[in-house]
Each structure stands twice: as C-alpha cells, then as structure tokens.
Design a protein around this ligand. Structure first.
Ligand SMILES: Cc1cc2nc3c(=O)[nH]c(=O)nc-3n(C[C@H](O)[C@H](O)[C@H](O)COP(=O)(O)OP(=O)(O)OC[C@H]3O[C@@H](n4cnc5c(N)ncnc54)[C@H](O)[C@@H]3O)c2cc1C
Length: 247
C-alpha cells in the first residue's frame, strides 16, 4: 500500500486556535493577527501558546475546533475488504476507483500470485503470523504450504476467469463479481482532524485488522507532519485508550 497526503488545510493549528479562541473571547477573531487572538494564552512564544491551547482543548474534550482543519489522503492498493471497513466512517468523504469503468484485462494472472492486483494477507505467506480470530496456529509445514497454495491458486484462477468473461463480452461491472474481496483499489479520502483521531481510535487499535491498522498508522504519520502539536498530543496522551464513542 502507498498512502500520501494530497492536500491539507494550510496552517491548520492557527485555524484550530482561532476557532477555539472565538468561543471564549469578547473580541471578534476575524481580522485579528494570531498574536492578538492568542494574547491571553500561557506561553512565551506563539508556538508555546499554540501548544498550551491545543493540549487544553484535547485534554478537556473540546474537539469542535479540530473539525476546521481538513486533510485529503490518496491511498493506493488496499483491498476492497479494507475499503469496506474505512467507508463505514460517515464523516469521511470518499472517491473510490471504479470496477465498472476500469477493467483489469492486462494483468498477468501468474503475477497475481505474487501480489499483483490482489492483496496477499501475511497469514497466506508467513508461517509465523498469528492473526486475530485465528482458530488454529499450530499447523505443520505441509499444512502451511497447502494454505499458501490454495490462496494463490484461488486468486490466480479468479483473475483468469474474470479476464475470460471480459473476452466473452461480459461488461467489467458484471465480470468483477468473480474477483476476490482482496482485489486492490485506490481511494481518495478527506476528513477533518477530529475525524482522523476518531478513525485512529477505532482503526489503529489492537482489535482492528492489520491492513486498516497499517493504513491508519501511515495517515497518522502524515498528520504528525501536517498538524504536529495535535497529533503529537494524540499519540502521547490519547492513542490506544479505550475506544471513545465520539471523540
Ligand atoms: C474492530 C472493529 C470491528 C467491527 N466489526 C463490525 C462488524 O462485524 N459488523 C459491522 O457492521 N460493523 C463492524 N464494525 C464497524 C463499526 O460498527 C462502525 O460502523 C464503524 O467503525 C464506524 O464507526 P462509528 O460507528 O464510530 O461511526 P462514524 O461514521 O465514524 O461516526 C463518528 C461518530 O459520529 C456519531 N454518529 C455518526 N452517525 C451516527 C448516527 N446515525 N447516529 C448516532 N451517532 C452517529 C457516533 O458517535 C460515531 O462514533 C467494526 C469496527 C471495528 C473497529
């Protein structure tokens, strides 16, 4: 998978601070410099003041101001299974690569065995991998090899059948019904900083699946560069706490 930041609000933490200061100020924040808006906040520099205010907001559960800062991520090559999980989040906006208008007719089915077009879960190729909800982990080498073979044969066969159906004149939107749920998809998604923290609460958690966890961790890494005080606080003080319903 590949996760990149496509676009994001400039100076997101200036905006978060301005929005929050609006709530408790008898002055109008419109037209004020950031220094004026932050005059009453503790700290010697504007950077320290931002740190103080952002920490205060997050520690008190005053999350609204974080909705003003928005980021758009482009994600390449996650499974349609991972897509089904992330698209459950209703305050995220999505664009998803179409299987109606994009057909995978030039993919070599043999390359699919090695990771082309379909995501290979670690449990298919790593004998030591123990996933959640795994009923049986003490399998023999022969059993593991069989597992790998069944997985790879099945995805190769599915892609072969898909391409045969295309050749027989079936439209891609119908032929896709035979493709596996592990088929790769590219996604563009936009969310605000509050929502990203909520997604991370649920999807970077230990009980989330490895793939969506990896995607979420990569979004958090990008967010730490984009909106550093917020996501450093989140990482240090909030991440991994018991899921909150609506942070
Ligand atoms: C480990 C794990 C396992 C899961 N297993 C399953 C499963 O087996 N089957 C399944 O169907 N789903 C499953 N889910 C999905 C889960 O139930 C949620 O639908 C999904 O995570 C979206 O999160 P959310 O409910 O916080 O809503 P979001 O859409 O992310 O919304 C954010 C918050 O806004 C509020 N909100 C949004 N819409 C409403 C509304 N209509 N009414 C009231 N409040 C609202 C809620 O406070 C919510 O927490 C699983 C999720 C995880 C993390």
């Amino acid at each position: 998978m590949d996760v990149t930041l496509l676009e994001a609000t400039d100076d997101p933490e200036d905006l978060i601070c301005k929005a929050a200061r609006n709530d408790y100020s008898d002055e109008f924040v419109g037209g004020q410099s950031l220094e004026e808006t932050m005059a009453d906040i503790e700290g010697d520099t504007i950077d320290e003041k931002k740190e103080t205010l952002i920490g205060h907001l997050l520690s008190h559960g005053h999350f609204g101001p974080f909705e003003h800062a928005q980021a758009t991520f482009a994600v390449k090559g996650v499974s349609r299974s991972c897509m089904a999980q992330i698209t459950r989040h209703r305050h995220v906006s999505f664009d998803v690569q179409s299987m109606r208008y994009v057909s995978f007719d030039d993919v070599d089915p043999e390359a699919v065995r090695e990771g082309e077009l379909v995501v290979t879960p670690p449990s298919a190729t790593d004998p030591d991998w123990v996933g959640r909800n795994q009923k049986k982990s003490d399998i023999s080498e022969a059993e593991f090899e069989k597992r790998t073979e069944i997985f790879k044969d099945t995805i190769e066969q599915a892609v072969e059948s898909y391409q045969e159906l295309l050749e027989l004149g079936m439209p891609p939107e119908d032929a896709r019904f035979v493709l596996p749920i592990g088929t790769k998809v590219n996604i563009v998604m936009s969310m605000n900083a509050r929502m990203l923290m909520h997604v991370a609460d649920m999807r970077a958690a230990a009980d989330a699946q490895w793939e969506i966890r990896q995607m979420t961790e990569e979004m958090l890494d990008l967010a730490a560069d984009w909106c550093p005080k917020t996501f450093e606080y989140y990482e240090r003080e909030m991440k991994g706490r018991k899921n909150r319903l609506a942070p």
